[in-house]
Design a binder for this molecule. Structure first.
Ligand code: HEC
Length: 168
């Protein structure tokens, strides 16, 4: 009975547009629950649509930040791309050479091609030795807590693309 009353009371306020406020609160509850039971929160990679080896649609709607992208490129906790790729950047002094140097990559590849390459290099080159940074399927020997997680977040990837596009 009280439940029905509460519903009746809630109904008019929902109609006046308050419903929007429930969504973030519900997301917050989910987040707290996920943290408490130890679920991977940064998980749930969204569906990515490839066209050839490229991914035309950005992974986020947030404008990309090239400065942050450089951090993603360099940091070990993030992409650690310098492990394999040299850069024409005086601030980046030590880099590996497993992959090709990325000088001028911004004029050779489009954002869509860069996105495809970073999300999942095997779409373009099945034998690629570069890690897939945004793939959760067909991975080998992933420890359970990481099973549904991607190496980088969608925003990390958009930011690193913005940075690579500055290398012309
Ligand atoms: C373990 C080594 C390794 C790491 C780490 C790595 N890459 Fe690569 N990458 C390669 C190799 C090797 C290639 C060349 C083709 C292939 O085997 O996939 C390549 C190719 C590329 C290309 C295409 C270059 C071209 O000239 O066409 C881009 C762009 C690229 N990597 C970006 C990145 C970014 C960004 C990161 C970090 C988020 C990264 N790579 C991390 C090994 C690596």
């Amino acid at each position: 009975m009280t439940g029905a009353l509460a519903l009746k009371r809630a109904a008019p306020s929902l109609a006046s547009g308050q419903a929007v406020r429930f969504a973030p609160r519900a997301a917050g509850c989910w987040l707290v629950t996920a943290l408490c039971v130890g679920l991977p929160v940064a998980a749930a990679a969204q569906q990515v649509v490839f066209e050839g080896g490229a991914v035309p649609a950005p992974l986020t709607a947030v404008p990309a930040d090239a400065t942050r992208g450089k951090i993603v490129f360099v940091q070990r906790e993030k992409g650690h791309c310098i492990l394999c790729h040299a850069l024409p950047d005086p601030e980046v002094r030590f880099a590996g050479n497993v992959g090709p140097p990325l000088a001028g990559i911004g004029s050779r590849l489009s954002a869509a091609q860069l996105r495809g390459r970073i999300v999942d290099p095997t779409q373009d080159e099945p034998d690629s030795v570069m890690p897939a940074y945004y793939r959760t399927s067909n991975l080998n020997r992933v420890a359970r807590p990481y099973a549904s997680r991607t190496v980088l977040s969608a925003q990390d990837i958009e930011d690193v693309i913005a940075y690579l596009l500055t290398l012309r």
